[in-house]
Every structure is written in C-alpha cells, then in structure tokens.
Design a protein around this ligand. Structure first.
Ligand SMILES: C[S@@+](CC[C@H](N)C(=O)[O-])C[C@H]1O[C@@H](n2cnc3c(N)ncnc32)[C@H](O)[C@@H]1O
Length: 467
C-alpha cells in the first residue's frame, strides 16, 4: 500500500498494463507467504490496493488479475465497483494443469480466472497476436494463384436473405443451391465478378459447392485472442516451477506463473517502451518477461524474496539467460533495473508531516496533490531550487529543508522579502500573469506584498495533507 501510494506522485495515469497475481486465499501456508485470510479481510486487503492501482492506470491501460474459485467471483463484483462494470473486458480461463488430480474430493480444478478490465473500455484495444506457423499452414495454393496461398471459406450464410438465394451452375454443369434455410453471402452480380477474378473455388474437378478464396495476404496481421488459454500455448503451473528453479533451486518459489502467460498478456496489452506494474511480484515473472520484451516495469513485493528471488532472476535476465520465453523473443541480455526500498512516509502515524522527508519527495507530493499529474524530474535531475514547476496557469514553489542553503530550522523555510528576491523566475511569472502558490513554514509578508506577487501562501504542514 505504501509503495503504491509513493508511486502515485510520479506515475499516476501512466501505467499501460497492470498484472497482479495476489494471494488467492486458498487457505494454504506457502513457504514464502501466507494465503489464509478470513474472506472479508481478504476483500479489505484488496479493495484499497485496487483503488490505488486504478489511479496508476493510463486512460488507455488495462489491468489483469489472476485468481481461482476461492475469491475470483467476489473480486469481480469488487472490481465492477472500482473500475466500472462497463469497463469489464473478459474473464479469461487459463488451463493451469492438465492431469486430473485423483485425490481431489470433488472436482479436479485445473483452471484459473484472469479478470481483465480497461481503465476506459472505449479507449483500450488489445493488440493482435502473431499468427502461428500452424495457422499459416492452413493456407495452400492448389491452383497456383499469383496472389499467393489461400483458404476456402463458406459462400453460404445463415442470416437468410431471399435476394441472395439463387442457383449456381458449377463448371461441371451441376446446379447447386444454398443449404435449406441458408443463402449465399454475396449477390449474383458480385458472385459473377468474383468468378471472373478467380476468387471462387469449385474444387479440382470443378464439381464442388463453390467456396470463397480467402488469401493469406488479405487476413489481418495477427489474430484476435480467444478467452480460453490452453497450457499448450501459455504454459502450466509445473512448467512455471521448472522455470523459477533456474534462479533459486534451493528455495523454489511455490506459486509462480509461467513466462509464456505473461508474454501473452503483455503482447495483448502493451507495446515496446510501455510501463508495466505488478504489485504482488512473487518470484518476479512479470518483470522478467517485461524486461525481455523491452517494456519498462515496476514490481512491488512485500516479502524477502524480492531480494532472494527477484533480484537474482533479473540479474540473470540481464546476463542473457535462455529459460522461459527467451528463445521465442530471441533474448540476448542487456538492460538494467533499480532496486528501491520504501523510505520514510510523508506523514507519520498521527498524520503530521514526517520531519525526515526530503525536499524532492515533498515537492513531488505537493505537485501531485495540487495538479493530480505525475511529477517528472526535468532532465532526470531532482529539484534543487524552490521552484517545483508550472502547471497550466499556476506556478508552485516550496520552501523546505533549507532549499536555499540555510539548513538552520526555520531559516530559509520562511517567506521573507529577502527570500522573495531569491526565488527563481518569480518576476517573470508575475509579469506573465500567472498565479503563484508558495508552500513554506511561515510567511512574514503582508497581504499587499502577496497580492503584488500574485501569490497564495500555503503553510506546511497544515496545508499538506492526504485527507
Ligand atoms: C501468488 S504470488 C505471486 C507470484 C508471481 N506472479 C510469480 O510469478 O512469481 C503472490 C505474492 O504476493 C505477495 N504479497 C502478499 N501480500 C502482499 C502485499 N500486501 N504487498 C505486496 N506483495 C504481497 C506474496 O509475498 C507473494 O509473493
């Protein structure tokens, strides 16, 4: 929660794809985390995190949540409330196991649910999946058509229209009609045009029911994903375990996801360079795959395995490991990541500003509070003057932590005439008619001086609040 909150000032509205694989609430105690919460506690744990995740999603972003029958249906209702029922995309069924478990008391459960929501269904569209060689192999060229391979498609359709119900004489002389209740897909004129253009196939002997030639060159560059994902395509639980053994064979992570599953989600939901987030990172599958697919990523993990499993895994990815989806992506290694630990929070347990908070962090927090847009360090440099930034017609300054050089408590954090003269670019902004919002510990200027400088003073900590 704290990590998600601390990301908001920098990444709100910027994440293209969130994948989470939270504890399923199976009642188990796995070696790296417990998975046994009372049902309402599980919902209470998830709700505020999902709300924060929604704030982090980009307008054209999507979130994918894996669960099983323990909580998936309850989570669906909760997500309807948080993301909007109209933004629900699908409940993908992933075949996570293939062999029946004969000691199962009732049925042998072999699928997980993957709930998918868009931040805004009208703005989000999934990418197409690459056509497989197997799909392309269904296209042949028995008549050596110069337009290339093709596949025969039905000429008849079930939505009946009397205007396109007509007899056709095939080259052998036989007369064929659409099956009872069906009609042809095209009018007689269009059909004749297609025959003239060699787009109708009557079979090798010219005696078959006519079919439409669908050329490989005319089909879309890819295929639309189905909602049932078989293990043959995206892997299964045991395969995932084999994959993570590579990174920590002594202490194998219990519940990883296969890399191919993440590859499919990231293919559908992101493009190169997009930002991916997983806030229940586990053994790091999401970030490993995102790295290999040239996506930017953020992973959050509460357990020690962030260090013992994820870090070694990413190091090996950078070194060019060849497990998981490396082969299919032609992964050769490279790139980098940063490992961060949570610092002090902006507010202490009583809701007061934490005195240990650094200037740049408070600046980012205030910026987000005021503008609701992510704070971007210009040229990657942390802010080092009181000027935080300009948003629309308002300029934000912050006097805190002796940013002007005087580290004595209070000094330099209090707005005086001397400090006013030192504020970068103030006169220009005032001349441009901008509104100046100044955060500081105290203000020694009178109302008239504030008015002349088009300035609103906000006192820290009182005007900095997460309420
Ligand atoms: C099912 S595992 C994720 C596995 C992961 N998808 C993989 O491929 O390895 C769930 C993870 O969520 C972590 N977790 C549980 N509660 C958390 C929380 N409040 N914040 C962050 N991580 C949490 C657990 O430590 C565990 O590693």
């Amino acid at each position: 929660m704290d990590a998600l909150k601390s990301l908001l000032p920098f990444y709100a509205g910027s994440v293209k794809c969130i994948f989470i694989d939270p504890p399923y609430n199976t009642g188990s105690a796995f070696s790296h985390y417990d998975d046994n919460l009372e049902h309402s506690l599980w919902l209470n744990m998830m709700y505020p995190r999902l709300e924060l995740l929604r704030e982090l999603l980009a307008e054209d972003g999507s979130i994918w949540i894996t669960l099983d029958d323990n909580e998936s249906h309850y989570c669906k209702i909760m997500c309807d409330e948080i993301f909007g029922r109209n933004n629900f995309i699908n409940n993908v069924i992933w075949e996570k196991k293939y062999a029946p478990q004969n000691d199962a008391k009732w049925l042998s459960d072999n699928h997980d649910h993957i709930l998918c929501y868009a931040k805004n269904k009208e703005k989000w569209r999934p990418n197409l999946l690459l056509r497989s060689d197997e799909m392309n192999a269904r296209y042949k060229n028995p008549d050596n058509d110069p337009r290339g391979s093709w596949k025969a498609g039905d000429l008849s359709v079930k939505t009946y229209n009397a205007n396109t119900d007509y007899p056709i004489t095939v080259p052998s002389g036989r007369i064929v009609n659409p099956p009872t209740g069906y009609c042809w897909r095209v009018s007689k004129e269009k059909f004749d045009e297609m025959v003239a253009d060699n787009r109708i196939w009557f079979g090798k002997d010219g005696n078959n029911v006519p079919a439409i030639k669908r050329f490989l060159s005319d089909v879309k560059d890819g295929v639309t994903s189905l909602t049932i994902w078989k293990y043959t395509e995206v892997g299964h639980n045991q395969q995932a375990k084999q994959e993570v053994k590579l990174f920590n064979s002594e202490d194998v992570f219990d519940t990883p996801k296969p890399e191919a599953l993440l590859q499919k989600i990231l293919t559908l939901a992101t493009n190169q360079g997009d930002l991916v987030l997983d806030s229940f990172l586990g053994s790091g599958t999401t970030v490993a795959v995102a790295h290999k697919m040239n996506r930017r990523y953020i992973g959050i993990e509460i357990g020690e395995h962030a260090k013992t499993h994820v870090v070694p895994r990413l190091r090996q990815v950078i070194d060019g490991e060849q497990g998981g989806v490396s082969g299919s992506l032609n992964w050769q290694g490279g790139g980098a990541f940063r490992f961060c630990e949570l610092g002090v929070s902006v507010f202490d347990e009583y809701g007061s500003l934490n005195p240990e908070i650094k200037f740049a962090d408070l600046a980012a927090y205030i910026w987000f509070l005021q503008t609701k847009t992510p704070f971007v360090f210009s040229d990657g440099i942390k802010p080092h003057t009181p000027l935080i930034g300009v948003h629309e017609n308002t300029v934000y300054y912050l006097l805190y932590n002796g940013i002007l050089g005087d580290k004595k408590p209070q000094n330099g954090n209090v707005l005086t005439r001397k400090i006013l003269a030192e504020l970068p670019d103030l006169a220009d902004f005032v001349a441009q008619g901008k509104t100046i919002v100044m955060y500081g510990e105290a203000c020694r200027l009178g109302d008239e001086a504030l008015r002349q400088n088009r300035m609103v003073f906000k006192q820290i900590p009182y005007h900095v609040t997460d309420k």
